[in-house]
Design a protein around this ligand. Structure first.
Ligand code: FMN
Length: 479
């Protein structure tokens, strides 16, 4: 199958694509897909006449948007160019603590106060700054940022942003999102008291209230400007986060509330000497996604992770370990649990005699590296008597004979479910964002192993699927 790089198209086509994508409320990538689908499915005459019905028929009914797919609540946070922009960084944390997924958009002026790097690092995802971003191959698009969320928060909402909103301007990414929004908007104004009390700002505030825009603050207090005080301080991040939570209403049902979930993730590192180790290519993404999904479902989650390059999921207790033996000890310390999900790629072997000092080249040739078996964490926990979690799920990463090897591993380990995934290099699963899994369970009657195969999905969607299965299993069981 040929691949297409939007970045390499000529500029006129890219500009036309962006406009078309913006008009249709899609990313450029989605727009290209729709065009290709149209070309493949609609006859040339209907394309030539621009038959709208045929075009619409080619558009998927429900886009797999960010917030639809992850099942969590999403906030687009617009950071305006005020001195209080630094507090927006804390606000990101407060919103994440409450389980919201945050995507940041920054005005040009905001970037004079805080960097997109800081906002993006705290949010855990790229901060958006440009309406027309020539460097972005798959432009998220202002319409998507406006729609693929449950709430838009503007903090600090500058006098300038509020004036533009009140007058329907859309001259940059932030204002275009606000104008295109079909979701509730919460403003946290912050400005000098003279700006706040200016008749123009008063008119704009009144207009925005009539337009149904919600507001928190500003509070009274001292200003950044020496000696000035009055109404104009941005509400505190916790106040804004509480207001956001109130607007969004009670959180989704928490079907795993009261359940303790234990997840392992990532690789292990088995030391050879103080500076070298044996490791593997596991990124930990699948386990982190599962931990986040279990947390969103209300579980009390402990994630035990090998060395990975990922942010700890919000609201999850994380223990960072290196070796298989450390991972086992951390797992045992985290018991009891109701559900244990072992996604970590634990090294099967370690070096028998770890060098106390860095091994040196010698005339005698290469040092003999004798390997010994590591503890089998999945089997150990599955075979516990008193503290065995009622539901133990293993992951089998295989590069060949996937289902057969996974079945054999399932039979050997004593766990309740096994998730098999093909991690051969061509799949891009190790380190990638997608996964193709097969869920092996036991038939209640004859203890037959049955395998259910799923299409390629994002690791978040695999996590959501697994948590849904867990919910229906544990909530079916008598307590
Ligand atoms: C040091 C400094 C602090 C500022 N603080 C504020 C502020 O707190 N509130 C505000 O409305 N404008 C403030 N401004 C003015 C805005 O930065 C300016 O109006 C800018 O155009 C706002 O752009 P934006 O609304 O696109 O973010 C400040 C400007 C400077 C230079």
């Amino acid at each position: 199958m040929a691949s297409l790089t939007v970045r390499k198209l000529d500029d006129a086509i890219k500009a036309e694509l962006r406009l078309r994508a913006a008009r249709n409320g899609r990313s450029v990538e989605d727009e290209v897909r729709v065009i290709l689908r149209e070309a493949a499915t609609v006859t040339s005459s209907t394309v030539a006449t621009g038959n709208r019905a045929a075009r619409n028929a080619a558009i998927p009914a429900g886009r797999n948007s960010f917030h639809q797919s992850n099942g969590l609540r999403n906030i687009t946070l617009i950071i305006g160019g005020g001195i209080a922009a630094y507090k927006a960084l804390d606000l990101i944390r407060r919103l994440k603590e409450r389980g919201f997924i945050v995507r940041c958009v920054m005005t040009n002026a905001a970037q004079q106060f805080v960097t997109p790097l800081s906002a993006g690092a705290l949010a855990g995802t790229h901060a958006y700054t440009d309406l027309f971003d020539p460097g972005s191959e798959f432009d998220a698009g202002h319409i998507r940022l406006a729609r693929d969320c449950d709430l838009i928060v503007v903090a600090p909402a500058t006098a300038d942003l509020m004036a533009k909103m009140a007058h329907g301007l859309a001259s940059d990414l932030a204002t275009a999102i606000l104008l295109a929004a079909d979701k509730p908007i919460l403003l946290a104004p912050a400005m000098n008291p003279l700006m706040w009390n200016n008749p123009a700002t008063r008119r704009n505030v009144a207009q925005l209230a009539r337009d149904g825009v919600a507001m928190i603050g500003p509070n009274a207090g001292k200003m950044a400007e020496a000696g000035e005080a009055g109404v104009g301080r941005m509400a505190e991040p916790t106040e804004i986060a509480t207001a956001a939570a109130r607007i969004l209403g009670p959180a989704r049902p928490q079907p795993l509330e009261g359940k303790r979930v234990l997840v392992t993730a990532g690789p292990t590192r088995e030391p050879i000497d103080p500076v070298r180790y044996i490791a593997n290519r596991s990124s930990g993404k699948q386990g982190f996604a599962i931990a986040a999904a279990a947390q969103a479902a209300g579980a009390e989650v402990t994630l035990i992770s090998g060395p990975v390059d990922l942010d700890d999921p919000a609201g999850v207790t994380v223990a960072h370990v290196e070796s298989a033996r450390e991972m086992l000890a951390a797992v045992e310390a985290a018991l009891p649990a109701d559900i244990a999900i072992f996604t970590a790629a634990v090294a099967d072997w370690r070096v028998a005699h770890e060098g106390a000092q860095k091994l040196k080249k010698t005339a005698a040739g290469m040092p003999p590296l004798q390997l010994v078996e590591n503890p089998d964490i999945l089997a150990t926990i599955s075979k516990l008597r008193d503290t065995r979690p009622p539901l133990v799920i293993g992951f089998a990463a295989e590069t060949e004979h996937l289902i057969d090897n996974a079945r054999a591993k399932f039979a050997r380990k004593g766990c309740d479910w096994m998730v098999a995934n093909d991690v051969s290099p061509g799949t891009g699963v190790m380190g990638g964002d997608r996964n193709t899994v097969h869920l092996l369970t036991r038939d209640g009657v004859g203890d037959e192993i049955k395998a259910e195969s799923f299409p390629v999905m994002t690791k978040e969607d695999v996590a959501a699927m697994l948590i849904e299965r867990i919910v229906s299993t544990v909530t079916d069981q008598p307590t």
